[in-house]
Design a protein around this ligand. Structure first.
Ligand SMILES: [Zn+2]
Length: 249
C-alpha cells in the first residue's frame, strides 16, 4: 500500500498493529465500507506518518490521473458530483472544509462509502495560512481533521491540501505527522470562476500534460458547469488511456 514504502518490515508491523487496534476500537466504521479489506489498509496507511513533500503523482503510474474535488461537502453539488463519478467508475479525492463536513456528515459518509478518499482542507479556508502563526495553522488543520473524521464515522483524511496552496514547512510537517500527505495540483480548471463548460473541458485537455492532479470544486457557488464538464472530461480521459486513481502517499 502506498505510504509504507521505505519503512521496512518494522514499520509495517507497527502500522499493522495500529490498524488492528483501530479496527477493534471502531467496528462500526468498517461496516459502512464497500470494500472492507481495501478500506482497512487505507486506514492503516492513514495512521502512519507520510512524506512531507507535496504530492502530485498518481498511484496509477504514468497514465494515472487524480480527480480532486475541493471545498465541500455541499448538499446541492456533492451528490451530483458523486453521481457523475459513479457513472464513470471513477474514485476521487475530496478535500473538505471542516465546518462543511460538520454540517453535512451524511454526505461525508456517502463519499467514504463510495470508495473515495478524504483530504483535510482546514476549518476556515484561509488562503493566507502561510502568513499566520504556527498555533493558528495547527488549530486549522487539526480541528478540521477532527471534524471530518467525526463526520465520516471514524475514517481519517489521508491528505492535507492548504487552501490556495498556502503550505508552509510547518503545516506540511504537521499534516504528515498525522498521516496526511500534503497534496498539490497540476491542472487548475478554475471551475469556481464559472468560465463555461467548454473552457473547463478545454483547460483539462490543454494542461493535462502538466501533470496528473486535476482540481475541481463541489461547493462555493453554482457548480453546474463543473458537473457538466466532468461528464465530458471523465469519458475523454478514459478514451485517452488514462486511469483515475489516488494521489501517492
Ligand atoms: Zn479550496
Amino acid at each position: 500500500m502506498a505510504g509504507q514504502g521505505g519503512r521496512g518490515w518494522y514499520g509495517r508491523l507497527i502500522a499493522m498493529a495500529v490498524g488492528v487496534a483501530v479496527l477493534a476500537a471502531a467496528p462500526m466504521v468498517w461496516a459502512a465500507q464497500k470494500e472492507p479489506i481495501k478500506g482497512r489498509w487505507g486506514k492503516v496507511a492513514a495512521s502512519a506518518p507520510v512524506s512531507v513533500d507535496i504530492a502530485h503523482a498518481s498511484d496509477r503510474g504514468a497514465k494515472g490521473v487524480n480527480i480532486t474535488i475541493d471545498d465541500g461537502p455541499d448538499p446541492t453539488w456533492t451528490p451530483k458530483v458523486l453521481q457523475v463519478l459513479r457513472e464513470n467508475g471513477v474514485k476521487a479525492t475530496f478535500c473538505m472544509v471542516g465546518t462543511q463536513a460538520q454540517e453535512y456528515p451524511d454526505l461525508v459518509k456517502q463519499v467514504v462509502a463510495a470508495g473515495h478518499r478524504l483530504c483535510d482542507h482546514t476549518v476556515a479556508h484561509d488562503v493566507t495560512m502561510d502568513k499566520k502563526s504556527e498555533e493558528y495553522q495547527s488549530q486549522q488543520i487539526l480541528d478540521a481533521e477532527r471534524m471530518i473524521t467525526k463526520a465520516s464515522g471514524g475514517v481519517t483524511p489521508m491528505y492535507y491540501r492548504a487552501p490556495g496552496g498556502a503550505f508552509t514547512p510547518y503545516s506540511r510537517k504537521l499534516a504528515a505527522s498525522r498521516g496526511m500527505r500534503p497534496l498539490g495540483w497540476n491542472v487548475d480548471t478554475k471551475d469556481f470562476e464559472r468560465p463555461g463548460v467548454d473552457t473547463i473541458v478545454a483547460t483539462v485537455k490543454q494542461e493535462i500534460a502538466n501533470g496528473p492532479t486535476l482540481l475541481f470544486h463541489d461547493a462555493g457557488g453554482d457548480r453546474s458547469q463543473t458537473v457538466a464538464a466532468l461528464k465530458q472530461i471523465l469519458p475523454w480521459l478514459k478514451q485517452q488511456g488514462y486511469t483515475c486513481g489516488f494521489p501517492v502517499r
